[in-house]
Design a protein around this ligand. Sequence first.
Ligand code: AMP
Length: 300
Amino acid sequence: MTAAYVSTRIDEVRNILDNARAEGKTIGLVPTMGALHEGHLTLVDETKRRADFVVATIFVNPTQFGPGEDLDKYPKDSDGDLEKLANRGVNLVFTPDKQVIYPSGFLTAVAVKGLTEKLCGADRPTHFAGVTTVVSKLFNIMGPCVAVFGRKDYQQLQVIKRMAADLNMPVEVVGVPTLREEDGLAMSSRNRYLSPEERVRGRAISQGLTAAHKLFNEGIRNVGQLRKTVLLPVEAAADSVDYVSAADPDILETIPDDVEAGERLLIAVAAKIGTTRLIDNTVLGEDAPPYPTDSPTHFK
Ligand code: AMP
């Protein structure tokens, strides 16, 4: 195992990264909230392909949690996380305390308009400003050439790309496909909240998304038909559905049911199974389906 250097201090992290740059190395960043799973580690793999020196951050960012959300019980596995990151060849891990990122007197926010009001933004009105503020800070602290995010959080990825472009941030923002469990469930730190019975019900989301791919591949373009193919199994399995939306994959504008889809269509889902809010998505015409569309066993 190669040990990764772990730091909680901004000045130390800057120093290490300045030295790496002085040696001619490019810096790649993987921001996370910890409780790492294999999905996070594929972000590390992609970053290693794109940069010489990989820094991962573990910070449960309080400003992106709303009242009543799971900030206080967000899963933690510091030792396990550091071991996984080191085994995967991360060079540096930044694990700041809350006071390091938000010292007393902190008053600034970075907010992207429009994009953040759709999909998850409707139920979580303060969430994305928390994300863009902390990610701006991480970019300013570390100055990466490339920063890698998961398509699992598709809206977050689009919002961060918009922010980086709008504010001329000198960083390439890269999205990595969603890594899934064998039965299609998107990997998530929050999956550990699911009871075995809820875990089985969680499959309905990826089953619905896979069924939509199947229809799309067969030439169906009616947005209502594609969306309802996802909505019906999710409604049947979930305790509540925040949304099952069809939207433009670039601007996230909702597309009404009576419209014909173009070459690409985003289907995005947020639903509660028990008390756990799961999100998932796919871009028809672009992403691979959650599992092969000719695999009938998954539909049982
Ligand atoms: P989080 O720790 O949940 O904030 O996630 C950190 C990063 O990992 C974000 O860019 C997520 O989109 C990404 N991520 C989370 N789950 C997955 C997954 N199943 N596949 C790929 N990336 C993921």
